[in-house]
Design a binder for this molecule. Structure first.
Ligand code: FAD
Length: 317
């Protein structure tokens, strides 16, 4: 079933979450261990991230190094198919522009269609480490909106290079990303929202936000989107902070602010345990307010750990 249909049919805030494929060489059972503790909260859909290759420099032993491309977390589509079959829960594979030609993208979409997967989250992806900015493939997409246009075309039965083909249309529900605190590269939030509108006009049926820790920013962002004519559901993304490392890593990596009341308390924490208690408590507060104000779904970034998400879900749902 499509995410948009889950959202339309719901009479309450839904529960959904995002997982990462396991590191290359790890067993798929590690995925089930992350999902099992969350099943009792009836997730409506599970997102699976896509990780493009990284460039590494391998020492050759003779003073020279070799440039190699390595994909550390392959298997997004396979994991989506296996979760759908095992748990009978809808899955949302993430699909990115980086590393894909338009032909590769079409192949990936055909595969999703044949597997009976009804959803896709269309993203640009980030620059490869060591590259100063995002560089598309020669025949690839530069922005998520271009990817969304290709998926929408396929949904109308328009395949690449086959004008005459009597083609079967796909029927994929398209989601896209948005940023209540603006995308780091955007000149300002208004400009970012104007581009976001293009993604919706191109066929994105709902949006999922970057994680945020200040609900006021989400509510104000939703208002600004509505004023700009973006009327699709905007699903809030939540992440309980659980380690001292998170405090340094999350704001820097995702360019998000921690509200002062939360930051002041976090700075007093001396152990992961203290951070975890506080992070879960803060996230429960966020989740309760979002439910009270009828957010479409609480979408959790598990980052491979479900314990804290379970604690929040148990208090709210
Ligand atoms: C919910 C969510 C899930 C994610 N999952 C993944 C994942 O699985 N794998 C992964 O690699 N990354 C993932 N990301 C990260 C994402 O790929 C990066 O944030 C990336 O930098 C931007 O992706 P986008 O789809 O928002 O890009 P875009 O919509 O293309 O926007 C990127 C930037 O370009 C600007 N822009 C947009 N359209 C245009 C245009 N037509 N002309 C000029 N400028 C434009 C925007 O304002 C923005 O600053 C995720 C992010 C979110 C919020």
């Amino acid at each position: 079933m499509k995410v948009i249909d889950h959202l339309r049919q719901a009479d309450r805030t839904l529960f959904s979450f995002e997982i990462l494929p396991p590191l290359k060489g790890k067993d798929v059972r590690s995925i089930y261990e992350g999902i099992d503790p969350l099943i009792e909260f009836n997730p409506s859909f599970i997102n699976v991230t896509y990780h493009r290759e990284e460039v590494l420099y391998k020492e050759m032993g003779n003073g020279l190094s070799q440039r190699v491309r390595v994909r550390k977390r392959p298997g997004t589509v396979g994991i989506c198919a296996t979760i759908k079959a095992k748990y009978e829960i809808d899955t949302v594979p993430h699909l990115i522009c980086g590393g894909f030609s338009q032909e590769d993208t079409e192949d990936a979409l055909i595969e999703l269609n044949f597997l009976g997967i009804d959803n896709v989250l269309a993203l640009r992806g980030d620059a490869i480490k060591n590259e100063p900015h995002f560089i598309p493939e020669r025949d690839g997409h530069k922005h998520a909106v271009d990817l969304i246009r290709q998926i929408s075309s396929l949904n109308r039965g328009k395949y690449l290079h086959d004008e005459e083909l009597e083609a079967a249309a796909t029927d994929l529900c398209i989601g896209a990303a948005c940023y209540p605190e603006k995308h780091p590269e955007a000149l300002n939030l208004n400009v970012d929202i104007a581009y976001l509108k293009q993604k919706v006009d191109a066929g994105a049926e709902y949006l999922v936000t970057q994680m945020f820790f200040d609900n006021a920013k989400y509510f104000s962002f939703v208002d600004q989107c509505r004023e700009a004519g973006i009327m699709v559901p905007i699903i809030p993304g939540l992440k309980p902070i659980t380690t001292l490392k998170h405090i340094a890593f999350l704001p820097k990596t995702f360019r998000v602010d921690l509200p002062d009341a939360f930051a002041q308390e976090l700075m007093k924490c001396r152990s992961d345990l203290e951070v975890k208690r506080l992070g879960i408590e803060w996230c429960i507060g966020q989740a309760k307010e979002l439910v009270a104000r009828k957010a479409p779904s609480l979408h959790f970034y598990t980052m491979g750990r479900s314990e804290a998400v379970r604690a929040v879900a148990a208090s709210v749902l």
